[in-house]
Ligand binder design. Sequence first.
Ligand code: TPP
Ligand code: MG
Length: 320
Amino acid sequence: MALTPKDLLAFYRTMVTIRTFETKAAELFAAGKLPGFVHLYIGEEAAATGVCANLTDADYITSTHRGHGHLIAKGGRVDLMMAELYGKATGYCKGKGGSMHIADVDLGILGANGIVGAGQPIAVGAAFACKYRGNGTVAVCFFGDGAANRGTFHEALNLASIWKLPVVFICENNMYGISNCQRDHMNIVDIADRAAAYGIPGATVDGNDVVAVYEAAAEAVRRARGGDGPSLIECKTWRWRGHFEGDPGAYKNPDEQKAWLAKDPIPRLAQKLIDLGHATAADLAAIDDEVKAQVAAAVDFAEQSPDPDPADVLTDVYAS
Ligand SMILES: Cc1ncc(C[n+]2csc(CCOP(=O)(O)OP(=O)(O)O)c2C)c(N)n1
Ligand SMILES: [Mg+2]
């Protein structure tokens, strides 16, 4: 389906929401307000946005340790996310999970996950449920270049392929697994080439072009919904920040960093909207301001929320 001006403006708002949330999280972490680790998605906004625009609330996603962008793009609430980052009782996990455990099952968000690659088999399980129910829903698995080296990747793609499951594997290749550059951790350039080993379609796209991501994901989601099985899409992108907040990322090549910053997905979309006559710079600035206010309200909500009650420490905690 052709994208409308309204769709492109919605992409812009989602990407700006992710960027603004993450930029605020960086600031709050540096100010010592967020307990626990945060891994930021700044620079990678087009991937989650372009993919999730193809999904409904009934579809599933699995996320990663770098999950804020996936959650926002799938419709997660920034106030509940921010409260969770603060460890407050009003957060998504009542303050017990933090950044890497946020989930919203009603929205099909099966969770961020601190275990690299863990989302791959979970997405396959969700896709099995989609197929079993026969209701046309799909599962999408987000993971990184580092996670493409895990055994879970092989197991998940193989099982999804032989069972023709409605799952789309989205590899966000930001060129690094912690400090390990892709050139040092695998001997191929395009991770999508690995699809051939499982007999499924593979495609590599410019992960900083939200329309290119949307279109590649649309085709894969259409195949999955139609009973044609899984696909692997590699989104080439770049992590602007260190691996986690506090990591200066000194191992990155400064020239590469500079070249990728110039490919910022947000101004690229802004320019497209202006060139096509879908928005003026003032329209976009108004969206930026609305989003800033929404994120500021999320911070106020988090700051004013109570800490969890120590008496609840074992509530919602499963034990065998
Ligand atoms: C099973 C497992 N092994 C190792 C780690 C430590 N670890 C955390 S993030 C990470 C790198 C992940 O790289 P990638 O999949 O490319 O994701 P990115 O951080 O680039 O988004 C590693 C090795 C972990 N959390 N889980
Ligand atoms: Mg990576």
